[in-house]
Write a protein that binds this ligand. Sequence first.
Ligand code: G1P
Length: 264
Amino acid sequence: MFNITYVDQEEQLGLGHSIYVAADEIRDSDIMIALGDMIFKAGYSEFCRHYLTNGECAASIGVREVDDPKKYGIVEIEGNYIKKLEEKPTRPKSNLGIAGVYFIKETTVLLSILDEMIKKNIRTRGEYQLTDALQEMVKSGYRLKTFPVSSWYDCGHPESLLETNRVLLDEKENIDNVEVLKDSVIIQPVAIGENVTIINSVIGPHASIASDSYIESSIISDSVIGSRSHISKVNLQRSIVGDDASVHGKHNSLNIGDLSSIEF
Ligand code: G1P
């Protein structure tokens, strides 16, 4: 049995700030931080095993090689320890990205650094960064290590969200129940939530459509569509549509001469 306590971060002031607002709950216990927009197939117990094998260190940071290091927190290593951490560097010195799972042993030190950062208003790109606080620990002489994170699916960027959607749909069983499916074709793999209406449309492959959406006269592939969205007369590929959104296209009427060529 777990006791779960939620702490609201009322302002979006960054990851470092979100840990800071939970300080009263955390106190001086060891903590694991896991970012909510990540999907890890390995499971947290595997990370915990890696952390324990890391032995004595102030913190352990999950990392993986990334293709675009400018989009992530980046770690440089020297010997067995972290030499430097930098949040979304303009000139990355390594491609070892922070994967969004962290184990902190020196919690009191981290919290007091965050407290200092907030008092002195030390922000990077407008936010109090956890990466900056960890870098401050390294600068103060604390020893931080990394551990490898495989099968990491990042849902925090549009491109990676679509890739995650594709990978997870490829693995899933096809058991969708569409509420109303009229004159339409479903090309698996797709994921369709409850109470979705699909009329005169082609859905898939790799389309995820959340509950209570209405889709009419459209073609949707390689896309993620939120709940209660209303979509008509569009051809959507590699698209992300949020909850309660509407996308309406127009049918075209053309009168094209001989030997013409038109691209929309
Ligand atoms: C956050 C962290 C970054 C990490 C990333 C993982 O960035 O600040 O260090 O590499 O998560 O996705 P965000 O994605 O919130 O911009």
